[in-house]
Each structure stands twice: as C-alpha cells, then as structure tokens.
Design a protein around this ligand. Sequence first.
Ligand SMILES: [Zn+2]
Length: 335
Amino acid sequence: MDRYDRQIRFQGFSESGQENLSRATVMVMGAGALGTHVSELLTRMGAGKLITIDMDIVEMTNLHRQTLYTEEDVRLMKPKVEALKEELGQINSDVVIKTLNTELASNNIIGILKEHQPDIVIDAMDHFEIRFLINEACHKLGIPWVYGAAVGSKGSVYAIDFDGPCLKCLMDTMPASGESCEINGVLPPVITQTAGIEVSEAIRFLSGAGFSKKLITIDTFGMNYKTMNIDALKNDDCTVCGQHNYEHLEKETFRPVQSNCGRVFTLRFDDEIFEEELQGKIIKENRFVKFINYDGYDMTLFNDGRMNVYGLEGQEEAETLYLEIAGSLSANFHK
Ligand SMILES: [Zn+2]
C-alpha cells in the first residue's frame, strides 16, 4: 500500500494534493523548535524537496522542544542542519533534503530564494525583526509564506499570499522589544501546535485549497484557540505590499556588536578569525565551531566569524571586548 494512503484518503487533500506536494519545493527558514517540527512533518508527508536553513549548533537547552536532535548531537556540537539532514534522510529517502548552514540576512536572502525557487516559504525563526525581512523578500519575488511564532504558552500563525494583508499591514511598527524564548521561556506543546498549523496552511496552499486567510492564535496552557478573519486589515498604503518599498532588504541586517536575548552578545568578525590563534583556551572544537574561554568569558566562535559571548553585562562591555579582539587580530594579520 502506498505510504501516503492515510493522508490521500482525506478528501480535502486526496491524490491531487499528494501529487502537488511531491512536486513542491518548500523552504523552511530555521531549524530550531518550529523548524524541526515543520521539516519532520513535511518529510513524512512526502514533500518533493525540502530546504532548511539555520546557523546554530545543537545545544542541551534545545532538546526539550526541538524534535529529532539528540544528546549525541550536543556532545559533537553538530550544526542543526547537519543533524536534521541525517535524521530526515532516515525518515523518508524519497524527499530531496537540502540544508544551508548559514545566517539569513538582508545581503543573502534574495539570492537564496532565487537560487532555490521555493513554491512556499515557512517561517520558523525565533526573532521578530527577521520576519519583516522575509515579508519583503517574499513580496518582491512573489512567493507565498507562512508566518509562525511561539513563545511562552502562546503561538500564532498567519499565511500570507499578498492578496490579503502582509505582515507589514498587520504590524506597521516594529515592536520595540519582542518577547523571546530565552527571557519568557516556551512550553514544548505550543511548538507542536504552532508548527502543525503552519504545515496545515502549507498543504492547504499546495493542494489548491488556498490559505485559510485567518490569523490563528493558540494558548496551550490557557487552552484557548482563536481564529480571526483579518482581510479588512489590508492597508492600501502599506509600504511593502502597497508601495514596494523594501526598507529591511535595503539595510544591513547586522551590526558588529549585537545584543541577543539576556546577556548573550553576538560579535561579528571576518571569517578568517576562525583560523587565527586567539588568546584564551579552546575547550572544545570541530570544523564548524570552537568553544573558547577568553578572559573569563565563555564564547562560541562559528566558522563564519560569528562569536556568541556569554555573561557580558551590557553593550559597552561588549564593544570593549569586540575592539580588544579585533585589535589583537589585526596585529596578527600584520605580522
Ligand atoms: Zn502590506
């Protein structure tokens, strides 16, 4: 019997939905909590080609909510996309799995979308600002996308085909401080629910039923589920879908010293730093990442030059550290 028999028997999906899904290229942006769930479901369901993008390694604090990853992946400091690709390949060898171990930003998102030409993009990112970039890139290239976010016990999903309101129509001003999982925590069941709804929107679209055009919000602890028709919120003067003004695509996504949630800062150097002899002690390393203790700070240095530093008190301290490391590097380069 066909492995997809049970989903094909569902009339709304049927043979034709399966055929469309098996021809579709789906891009999942993020391989964290939402990304692992979405990628697993689409692989099991038999998507044609799945492209998943992420830049992080698997950490112990991920395991409670990020499916498929193991303690062994943590021990080996595996990039999430490497671990994910191995697992997905075991689940369904018919699906073409492509993974990109890279950080999405204004300078690469258009190139990535043009190269891989997804039929649909699924948002599985964990910070808010990047979603405005996805919104602009998808509008520019005419690619439908599914917004999904989960934090605490709450999740929301809204699928955007640009006939109705886009993300910018809905939230005209960027929230000054977004909630984050690191500060507010997150309950794993809300991830499963939010990811499930994102996949439902994706297969509705691919099977020809179209997006639900509803904003769906859930609270997995308060046990609430709400859907709202928000077509009326389409803003004809929207800078993105009305005026084609792509503010986020045009600006640098990253600064050299950037605060993440809590006391983690990301410092960005040239990727040559990965091969340099830095002061400090290397605790553990592989070809993707080094764990370093430097002057009392714990750091994770990635092979693209990104460095996450833990335990900094504030922006000023982070900038001082950045200048100190950058200074020692340029001294080395000029030796
Ligand atoms: Zn809009």
